[in-house]
Design a protein around this ligand. Structure first.
Ligand code: GDD
Ligand code: MN
Length: 359
């Protein structure tokens, strides 16, 4: 029988009231379920001296690191993983939002399925969330949005979770920059890993306050753009836009051709040139933008063509609605409103094309 061992990383910042209790609970769970374990507290020199509390527990399986001069949840997680001595590393919050009873469940899933990461997800059907519903709502929107830009996040319900277990030997920490809170988002979008998720019960924080704030939201947005560059996904976005712009010229050209030389009523030629430009966009982007994401086969090709038409239809509606709202309600000049409309429609086109047609 193989011995079971696990390292548990607890990043902390001002968790004085939680830290001892959570450590004691983790020890209880680990003694029951593992042969060897260690708990790594990574504290960023908390003003409330969380690290002193943690050090009061005299147990050589607990290691308390105090980082001076460096701050940040993601970088604390990276530091903890780097300093873990066992191969399987579990990362969790120290405020009881991630109940320790799920540690052995995550571990067993990782071993049974032989994957690189198991995420405790807040957003599977059997998951439960206690507390702020509004945060849940925004997290879901953020996840929908980011998953549309990074194909690696496909089918992952909670890439923003802070509760997961990983096989240290399967991940590469070298290029992880650690901007702000979201370690997992960066890791998953950069590396193609074998991932599964399990539902868990996301509890309320027991003592103290969340460190999520405006600065972390800005960090998240910054991370999003940095990852677009690091993963080279910005190239896809750029090519998609260029193909889209070329479509406008095709549209104009056929509108002119059909109306002037074939004597078709301009409204009918406009409809026809719309369709021609959609097909032009589709064919060009099949080869230039999405060649790596395409499924083979003629049938799939036609399905994608039909879906692209539907997506573009939604795009046109989004553009029109934006134009009307900005012009009528915000009294912006219609030509300016139209630019915003085109921008909104393009973002929508991209997101829907990625999600509904290619990934
Ligand atoms: N070392 C260190 N440095 N730890 C930090 C820092 C920091 O700058 N900021 C926060 N932490 C610690 C907290 O002390 C806590 O143990 C854990 O990281 C999570 O911080 P919270 O402030 O409780 O964050 P949250 O509850 O709003 O969000 C967490 O849970 C979400 C759901 O799983 C985070 O883990 C999110 O990433 C996650 O999405
Ligand atoms: Mn928390």
């Amino acid at each position: 029988m193989n011995k079971k061992s696990i390292s548990i990383v607890l990043p902390t910042y001002n968790e004085r009231k939680n830290i001892k209790k959570i450590i004691i609970e983790i020890i209880k769970i680990c003694e029951k379920n593992f042969d060897f374990f260690e708990i790594i507290v990574v504290d960023d020199n908390s003003p409330d001296k969380t690290y002193e509390e943690a050090r009061k527990i005299k147990d050589n399986r607990i290691k308390v690191f105090v980082r001076k001069g460096e701050r940040g949840l993601a970088s604390a997680i990276k530091f903890g993983i780097e300093n873990a001595k066992y191969k399987y590393v579990c990362v969790m919050d120290a405020d009881f939002q991630h109940p320790p009873k799920f540690i052995p469940i995550l571990y067993n899933k990782l071993i049974e399925n032989d994957v690189d990461i198991v995420i405790a997800s807040r957003f599977l059907r059997e998951s439960k969330i206690y507390g702020f519903k509004i945060r849940k709502f925004f997290s879901k929107i953020a996840i929908y949005f980011i998953s549309s830009f990074f194909p690696n996040l496909k089918n992952i319900s909670d890439p923003l979770s802070g509760f997961f277990i990983l096989n240290k030997e399967k991940i590469d920490l070298k290029n992880i920059r650690c901007i702000g809170f979201k370690f997992l988002f960066e890791l998953l979008s950069k590396q193609k890993l074998k991932v599964i998720e399990v539902p868990f019960e996301f509890e309320k924080r027991r003592y103290g306050k969340s460190k999520m704030n405006l600065k972390e939201i800005i960090n998240f947005i910054k991370l999003f753009f940095v990852l677009l560059i690091d993963t080279k996904e910005y190239k896809r976005l750029l090519k998609f836009s260029l193909v889209g712009i070329s479509g406008i010229f095709i549209n104009e050209f056929f509108l002119f051709l059909l109306t002037e030389y074939f004597n078709i009523f301009y409204v009918y030629s406009a409809i026809a040139s719309f369709e021609i430009s959609i097909l032009w966009n589709f064919l060009l982007s099949e080869f230039l933008v999405f060649s790596d994401l395409r499924k083979k086969g003629l049938k799939n090709f036609f399905i994608r063509m039909i879906k692209t038409n539907l997506v573009r239809g939604v795009g046109i509606i989004v553009g029109l609605v934006t134009l009307i709202i900005l012009t009528e309600i915000f009294k912006i000049h219609y030509l300016i409103s139209n630019l915003f409309g085109i921008f909104a429609a393009s973002i929508f086109n991209y997101i829907l094309t990625m999600r509904k047609v290619y990934i």
